[in-house]
Design a protein around this ligand. Structure first.
Ligand code: B1M
Length: 212
């Protein structure tokens, strides 16, 4: 069936084939929501599981993400026409003082693959910028990345800024990065910790219900 073919082509990172199959599914009258959920998101979810089990590595995930993007480009106008909104919005960034962004970018791709709209603030992001972006967008989730033991404490500052601004209860704060632990996440008052990109997307999905 074409949705399985889309999922398989995405897992193979075959952007051309994903584009062709998505076009063909649309032409056959298949609902855009089904193509999104049971084709593209299904494929990205499966890549996430393989990544978690070390069956595939960063390059394969990047290729899959590129294929996802190619499929979404074609699907987007049809999703908009059908009134389908993203599952939720995530504000994502690497905290102040930290320039590492490869892992954070992967997290962003997996989140998009799970149906989230992602506003990526980049790296070296000051705490107030996270708060402002969350206020402006009404985001449900804020994702923080840190790769240095010296920048980990800056995550705590972000949490404090959200408390200070009065919107802490409106967002779930998700943290990750190689030196972090679940215990540290709890200590700084974050809502969740994920050790890798796939688990970040899984956790975010538990925070916000499925694509309507
Ligand atoms: Co830097 N660096 N680096 N570095 N660098 C590390 C992190 C380091 C471990 C290397 C080492 O010493 N062995 C070390 C940190 C030591 C420590 O504090 N524990 C280190 C250091 C010391 C430094 C500098 C201080 C070096 C110097 O200048 N003396 C300097 C700091 C600059 C700064 O940030 N202010 C520096 C600079 C750099 C480069 C700029 C050269 C470059 C970054 C380029 C870039 O990102 N655009 C770089 C790189 C590439 C690395 C290593 C080699 C690779 C990091 C990486 O991209 N991994 C790294 C050593 C290593 O990890 N082997 C190292 C691949 C990526 C897919 O994994 O980022 O862990 P990762 O992301 C994972 C998970 O952590 C998780 O999911 C991702 C995917 O599964 N995750 C999240 C990440 N964010 C998440 C957020 C979530 C959830 C999960 O929720 C929101």
């Amino acid at each position: 069936m074409i949705l399985n073919q889309i999922s398989d082509a995405l897992q193979e990172g075959n952007s051309g084939e994903v584009s062709r199959l998505v076009k063909s599914a649309i032409e056959s009258g298949m609902p855009a929501k089904d193509i999104l959920n049971d084709g593209l998101i299904d494929g990205m979810g499966k890549i996430g599981v393989k990544f978690k089990c070390n069956e595939v590595y960063v390059p394969e995930v990047l290729m899959a993400a590129r294929a996802m993007k190619a499929g979404l480009e074609i699907l987007k106008p049809h999703l908009a026409k059908a009134g389908i909104k993203p599952r939720g919005t995530v504000i994502l960034g690497t905290v102040r003082g930290d320039l590492h962004d490869i892992g954070k970018n992967l997290v962003g791709m997996m989140l998009q693959g799970s149906g989230f709209a992602v506003t990526d603030l980049g790296n070296d992001v000051p705490p107030e910028k996270f708060v402002q972006a969350a206020k402006d967008s009404g985001a449900q989730i804020v994702g923080l990345s840190a790769l240095l033991t010296t920048t980990m404490p800056n995550m705590k500052e972000v949490v404090a800024k959200f408390v200070e601004s009065g919107i802490r209860s409106k967002v779930k704060i998700l943290v990750g990065g190689a030196p972090l632990t679940a215990e540290y996440a709890r200590e700084i008052g974050a809502d969740g910790y994920a050790p890798d990109a796939a688990q970040a997307a899984e956790l975010a999905s538990t925070f916000v219900p499925k694509v309507a």
